[in-house]
Design a protein around this ligand. Structure first.
Ligand code: GCU
Length: 680
């Protein structure tokens, strides 16, 4: 039923393995939780709902500690916990980490979930429930866990009229018209889902911001959402339109060094904190794609960010200032512009500012090299921005599991220092930052199943899990998501995990193999349009990015071209710069390569391009066959949804392949290899 999609990975169906069920029932008989705080209420409720579902019977609250108790609590309020857990065990867990342990207490077997703060207990409860949902052994637990990253956010690109920029799952879930009076159950379930994967904040509004959100009437609505989310340790953040002082404040200027402007933001911020005492702060897109910003007043991004940082600092707020900037007027390679603007500002930002950087230098392509700013601004915490909504990845129609994309970037070595993978830069270990962040541009909408494609849920899930623990592998995350979202049956999990793990490379192959990028349809970014050259600005045209001509194809970013490669550390630059060492996956990102160029395989570039496009289509058919075998393992509705979407994906993979190869063939003047001439 539709409910199968709605429940996400929080299904709590009764354990379908009788032996395990019996064992779980033996171990868990009651819940002992001193309910005296909002977050403990939520944790307690979730534990009750979860355990009752999983065990197929009500698990009662029990004020005495009996055999089989699950004991939730803070050491400071529980002498029992103080006796069982040494202070030193909690010392490094911060405000959000937790401990789960099975222990003997006065001859009774109990499971203990504790933490320094209520939020940690909430996360511990969700972890414990996940162990059971994925049918793991729980008899002897000794788990400590704390998040690697401090600010773990969704970014909603939601407008005030409930459209969603680049949203493909219905309209915005924020029902502004009925707020603040009406709290949709969806808000609570949204908060539960986020808390279950460790997400601790949400930016409610589009980066292409509307100043109106900062007015009194709207702040009341925001406060209502904040109240709904608070028990789940989720803070709300807003996007700030830089020109708001002019638009809603009636000032003449928004110059960040103007005293009146600074006072306006300070007063506005104080007002926001009156409504929302734990407001998180602002996310700002400035001087990018037509948005106003400090450069309109000949000020720098640091001037702009610091003005807002000063306004939120007394309240403990933060500013996430986006590095996604490129200007129409600059003839410079778009790849280079963010680095050129931001690198010189390193060291100039206030302590409560993070610079939010997209994973790659252009814009959320199926594959990008890591953004050259990572490793280049050691004095500034850089926040990772991923895009969960599949703007360039087939919207909510194509199945693509993005963990391998996210991990590829995190695992990349920036060579800025020792221990400076992108993961280590972002989580703050390389440069000793305590402030760290990761955000995913949300793929959530009003669709019953939240994300449109049932597998879109996996990307939301991944963002949370990776922000908590960037050492998790793509396979681990897929595995636990599948078990919770569909079934624990290994025939299903093994098969579908395989196709998920392959799905991103398959998409790269039929869309943008060998380092091609941004050749999607103009504006909407759906489907192929490598031929398009009529955009109002050059760097929105696919032809700008692939540069195919009679000699070859690809963007020369070496020293003989745009020299964007100079923005990387020498070790990275050299690897990409030499044709011999440049990984084939990134070849056309950095080189204009002749059609006859011999690849490592001995085949020519043209032949290899054909191979990639053809294999991409073939692999989508392999996914279809694998999925068809899954019919008996899951509910009919989701089985059929995915099957239908895969059929569209197959047609469109063929569309991508044929359109791109036929178009590029007009430059290469070479035949499609004979082995591919059979009709599909
Ligand atoms: C992309 C996207 C825009 C979005 C922008 C951003 O360019 O197409 O819709 O506003 O990214 O991240 O700011």
């Amino acid at each position: 039923s539709a409910e199968d999609g709605y429940r996400l990975w929080l299904r709590y169906n009764t354990i379908d393995n009788p032996a395990l069920l019996q064992q779980y029932r033996q171990q868990i008989t009651s819940i002992n939780c001193p309910v005296d705080d909002g977050k403990l209420v939520a944790a307690n409720q979730e534990l009750q709902t979860g355990l009752s579902g999983l065990l197929g019977k009500k698990v009662p609250a029990q004020p005495a500690i009996i055999n089989g108790a699950v004991l939730l609590g803070l050491p400071e309020r529980s002498p029992v916990i103080r006796k069982l857990v040494a202070d030193s065990a909690l010392a490094h867990l911060g405000d959000e980490g937790f401990i789960i342990r099975t222990v003997m207490y006065e001859g009774k077997n109990i499971t203990l979930i504790t933490a320094n703060k209520e939020a940690g207990i909430l996360y511990g409860v969700f972890h414990f429930l996940r162990l059971m949902q994925t049918q793991q052994p729980i008899r002897q637990l000794s788990i400590t866990s704390a998040p690697k990253i401090k600010i773990r956010l969704l970014n909603h690109w939601d407008n005030l009229n409930r459209t969603v920029e680049r949203g493909y799952a219905g309209s915005s879930i924020w029902d502004w018209q009925r707020l603040p009076g009406y709290i949709d159950q969806r808000y609570i379930d949204y908060a539960r889902a986020n808390a279950s994967i460790g997400i601790n904040g949400t930016v409610l509004t589009n980066v292409n911001a509307n100043a109106i959100i900062l007015t009194d009437e709207w702040l009341q609505k925001i406060a209502a959402l904040a109240n709904a989310f608070r028990p789940y340790n989720i803070k709300v953040y807003l996007t700030a339109r830089f020109s708001a002082p002019v638009e809603i404040g009636k000032l003449k200027t928004a110059d960040p060094l103007n005293e009146e402007v600074r006072k306006w933001w300070k007063d506005k911020t104080d007002e926001i904190y009156k409504y929302i005492p734990d407001f998180g702060g602002f996310l700002v897109k400035a001087n990018s794609e037509g948005q106003p910003g400090p450069q309109n007043y000949n000020r720098t991004h640091a001037d702009g960010a610091n003005m807002l940082a000063d306004a939120v600092a007394p309240h403990g707020g933060i500013i996430m200032w986006r590095a996604f900037v490129y200007s129409n007027e600059t003839p410079e390679d778009r790849f280079k512009q963010a680095y050129n603007d931001f690198k010189p500002l390193d060291g100039q930002f206030r302590k409560n500012v993070l610079v939010q950087v997209k994973n790659g230098p252009i814009d959320f392509q199926p594959r990008e090299p890591f953004h050259p700013l990572f490793g280049a601004m050691p004095q500034t915490p850089l926040m990772m921005e991923y895009q969960l909504t599949q703007e360039y990845l087939g919207f909510a129609t194509h199945l693509v599991y993005m963990a391998p994309l996210f991990k590829e970037v995190l695992d990349a070595d920036t060579h800025a220092k020792n221990n400076s993978t992108v993961a280590q830069i972002v989580d703050g270990t390389t440069d000793g930052h305590t402030l760290s962040g990761m955000a995913g541009v949300s793929n959530i909408g009003s669709d019953i199943n939240w994300t449109g494609h049932p597998f879109g849920q996996a990307n939301w899930y991944t963002l949370g899990r990776l922000a908590w623990d960037n050492t998790l592998t793509s396979a681990q995350i897929a595995n636990e998501w599948l078990r919770q979202t569909f079934t624990n049956k290994s025939a299903f999990v093994d098969t579908v995990q395989k196709l998920m793990l392959a799905s991103r490379e398959i998409m790269v192959n039929y869309m943008t193999p060998l380092g091609l990028h941004h050749i999607m349809g103009y504006g909407h970014h759906y489907g192929p349009a490598p031929w398009y050259n009529k955009a109002p600005r050059a760097d929105w045209n696919p032809v700008y990015f692939h540069k195919a001509d009679s000699i070859g194809i690809g963007f020369n970013r070496t020293a003989t071209g745009s020299n964007a490669l100079a923005q990387y550390q020498p070790a990275v630059r050299q690897q990409f710069e030499e044709l011999a060492t440049c990984p084939e996956a990134f070849l056309l990102w950095f080189h204009h390569v002749p059609w006859d160029y011999k690849m490592h395989s001995g085949k020519t570039l043209w032949e290899t391009l054909c191979d990639k496009y053809y294999s991409g289509v073939d692999s989508v058919r392999w996914i279809q066959r694998s999925w068809n075998g899954m019919k008996n393992y899951i509910d009919a509705e989701r089985f059929s949804e995915v099957k239908q979407l895969l059929a569209i994906q197959e047609q469109e993979a063929v569309w991508w392949r044929n359109a791109c190869l036929l178009y590029f063939q007009t430059f290469s003047n070479k035949p499609i290899p004979a082995r591919y001439e059979k009709p599909d």
